[in-house]
Design a protein around this ligand. Structure first.
Ligand code: KG4
Ligand code: ZN
Length: 338
């Protein structure tokens, strides 16, 4: 099968054409336009600005993707329906509905987080084995999800306040670094001592699988007020280590409780090299034959290829929606507590 996928949930406009034979996916096109620089001047994503940008880029991108005006050769339209920013999501959803209706093709609504999970099925020789424990870490979400099978998810834990990526962005701002903060903190932390400052590890010993990062951000702010001359690199490295330790500890707790066949790490924060290395180390120390699957670095951020893969799996199961009634859902949930 071959689908056209559209992603406009936040600050990346993306269109992809992906085909598959079973679980082998061929990304024919994955066009991406990032607005990160535009939003940097506001210190974060402004929904109406994002929507305006999506609207101006999406049609030229559709042309660039080389999709025929008749929709010939396309078996379905896939779109991110949520979660995300409503004005931004709507641009993609309305285009997808129009194309599906005009071309009389099935329409598939994908949850953005499910897309991030399926980013680990692309550009790899070894796809995840199920059931899997998924650590989903992005700018808007931090969740531990048990993926029992394709389309079957159970929420094990989530953040009670800020998402991990949001914490990176806010601490970067405190350190005078631009948005998005994650990559800038990673760069600054590279040569510095991660044990230099003993920042708190919020909820690391709690019995549940939930997270909390807003107290850690406050601890960094208070530290900077107390020691204004501290080396920014040391703060970056110590903060990063605190976040990574909490994420790895909680993921391992979920692994020990559920004994999965593999571990999936995805979302924008999965680009973090320390998180990748320390999670891989912890998992292989626990069980040398258990694999950690993280996306290719070109696919950690938002992109339509991952949405297409999630959509192809849903299309195979016949999970389509009505183009006349589909609406963007900013709070769309992938999984709930059992
Ligand atoms: O998944 P994503 O591209 O967008 C959302 O769906 O939210 O994630 C963006 C987030 C931002 O908060 C960004 O700072 C973070 O991912 N990020 C990182 C790194 N690269 C991106 N966080 C930590 N370390 C990184 N290297
Ligand atoms: Zn995302």
């Amino acid at each position: 099968m071959r689908v056209l996928a559209i992603e406009t949930s936040c600050d990346e406009t993306s269109i992809a054409v992906v085909s598959n034979t079973g679980d082998r996916f061929c990304v024919e096109t994955n066009i991406l336009s990032s607005q990160a620089e535009l939003h940097a001047q506001y210190g974060g994503v402004v929904p109406e600005v994002a929507a305006r940008e999506h609207a101006s880029y999406i049609m030229p991108m559709l042309t660039q993707a080389g999709v025929p005006h008749t929709g010939e050769g396309i078996d379905g339209i896939v779109v991110t329906a949520g979660p995300g920013l409503v004005p931004a999501l709507r641009i993609g959803v309305e285009l997808a509905k129009t194309l599906a209706w005009m071309w009389k093709k099935p329409l598939v609504a994908v949850n953005h987080l499910e897309g991030h999970i399926y980013s680990t099925w692309i550009k790899t020789d070894t796809i995840p084995t199920l059931p899997a424990i998924c650590l989903l870490v992005s700018g808007g979400h931090t969740e531990l999800i048990q993926m029992r099978d394709h389309g079957q998810y159970e929420l094990l834990g989530m953040t009670r306040d800020d998402a991990a990526g949001e914490a990176f962005d806010k601490v970067a701002k405190l350190l005078g670094m631009s948005y998005p903060g994650g990559p800038n903190i990673t760069k600054a932390a590279k040569e510095a001592d991660p044990e230099a400052i003993a920042f708190p590890r919020p909820m690391i010993d709690s019995r549940d699988l939930d997270f909390s990062f807003s107290g850690l951000k406050t601890a960094v702010r208070v530290y900077l007020e107390k020691y204004p001359d501290v080396q920014r690199e040391e703060v970056a490295a110590s903060f990063q280590q605190a976040v990574v330790e909490v994420l790895v500890t909680k993921t391992m707790k979920a692994v020990m409780e559920t004994e999965p066949a593999s571990v999936i790490l995805s979302g924008g924060v999965s680009a973090n090299p320390e998180l990748r290395a320390q999670l891989a180390h912890a998992v292989s120390a626990y069980n040398p034959s258990m694999k950690v699957h993280a996306p290719d670095l070109s696919l950690t951020g938002d992109n339509a290829a991952m949405i297409a893969v999630a959509g192809l799996k849903k299309l195979e199961r016949g999970e389509t929606v009505d183009p006349l009634t589909l609406e963007a859902d900013p709070n769309m949930r992938l999984a709930s507590y059992d």
